[in-house]
Design a protein around this ligand. Structure first.
Ligand SMILES: Nc1ncnc2c1ncn2[C@@H]1O[C@H](COP(=O)(O)OP(=O)(O)O)[C@@H](O)[C@H]1O
Ligand SMILES: [Mg+2]
Length: 310
């Protein structure tokens, strides 16, 4: 299968800050590839390099074999981005916004009307096409933002957190549009900090944190890759003062402590809990216990030590 996007050791430094620290990815044609990470992980910077908006500090990236720096015009023709910050004219209608972008992208005049109506259909905004954007809900504006990227007829589309702050109905419309694009063979790189979106929508997921990809695979592969099968979350009355090394408990592969919350990643929760109860090894009273099977959420915590929340 041809690779739609390849990056090799891609880096970007801002002043003294490394936003992206050596990213090597291969995204196949027709995939919905999810880039999942918290704010500041480097998702937007990655997309900006791929869409040729900013230059990599070092490393390479190709879109269907076209280098994003050396062959910038060819790369631009193949790929487009629906940016995190909406670029729409509120006083114009949806159709007028799409027409503006069509002329910006140099779409031949005779093709504009059909491109615009296809974009409107893909984002399910046909009935509102001639209303001003100022009257649109947040979710409708996010969809139109995607539509504006579609008029250039890209083979690869980059969606930067397209569902932030939208209502559930609009989110469903965005998902429908993304699945429709996939059905047409378009490759989608989708960034999000919502775990459920990565789980539901993406064929493969790269977990990104502090400028690096720290895990990559299908959801099933990520789940299998975890040494733990259960996460034990203990809410304590005070900060734990363990009387023994908790990683020596049977089957425990990782321990994470945040204030009064202690998380143990284990093959099986039950023997670990039994030992904790009988020995009082935590040095703190347990207020609440929650045992969860591994999921993308627990894997994220296991790998980063952080929770992925809004
Ligand atoms: N134009 C910029 N100048 C300086 N630092 C930046 C700039 N853009 C992003 N950064 C920094 O780079 C890091 C990654 O940011 P970004 O790519 O926007 O992450 P994400 O999209 O995952 O939230 C952050 O620490 C951010 O503050
Ligand atoms: Mg971002």
């Amino acid at each position: 299968m041809p690779e739609a996007i390849v990056t090799r050791d891609l880096r970007r430094v801002y002043d003294d800050r490394e936003a992206v620290r050596g990213l090597s990815l291969e995204i196949a044609e027709g995939e919905i590839f999810g880039l999942l990470g918290p704010n500041g992980a480097g998702k937007t910077t990655t997309l900006s390099m791929l869409s040729t908006r900013i230059r990599p500090t070092s490393g390479d990236a190709w879109v269907f074999g076209r280098h994003v720096v050396q062959d910038v015009h060819a790369a631009r023709r193949l790929l487009n981005v629906a940016p995190q910050e909406e670029a729409l004219y509120p006083t114009l209608t949806a159709r007028e916004n799409l027409a503006f972008f069509a002329s910006l992208y140099g779409v031949p005049r005779r093709e504009r009307a059909s491109r615009i109506s296809r974009a409107l259909e893909a984002i399910a905004l046909q009935t509102r096409a001639d209303d001003r954007v100022a009257t649109f809900s947040g979710g409708m504006r996010r969809r139109l933002n995607l539509g504006c990227a579609l008029v250039s007829n890209p083979k690869v589309i980059l969606l930067d957190e397209p569902t932030v702050g939208v209502d559930p109905q609009s989110r469903a419309h965005v998902f429908e549009a993304v699945r429709g694009l996939k059905a047409e063979g378009i490759t989608i790189l989708y960034t999000t900090h919502y775990l459920a979106e990565a789980e539901d929508l993406c064929d493969r997921i790269a977990i990104m944190d502090e400028g690096r990809v720290i895990a990559l695979g299908t959801l099933a592969e990520l789940l299998r890759g975890s040494a733990a099968e259960e996460m034990i979350e203990l809410r304590l009355a005070s900060e734990p003062r363990p009387k023994l090394d908790l990683t020596t408990l049977p089957g425990v592969v990782r321990v994470e402590n945040q204030g009064h919350v202690l998380r143990l990643f284990a093959r099986r929760a039950e023997p670990v809990l039994a030992r904790l109860m009988e020995t009082g090894a935590l040095g703190a009273d347990i207020v609440q216990v929650r045992v969860t099977p591994v999921s993308l959420e627990t894997i994220f915590i296991e790998l980063t030590g952080k929770e992925l929340r809004d």
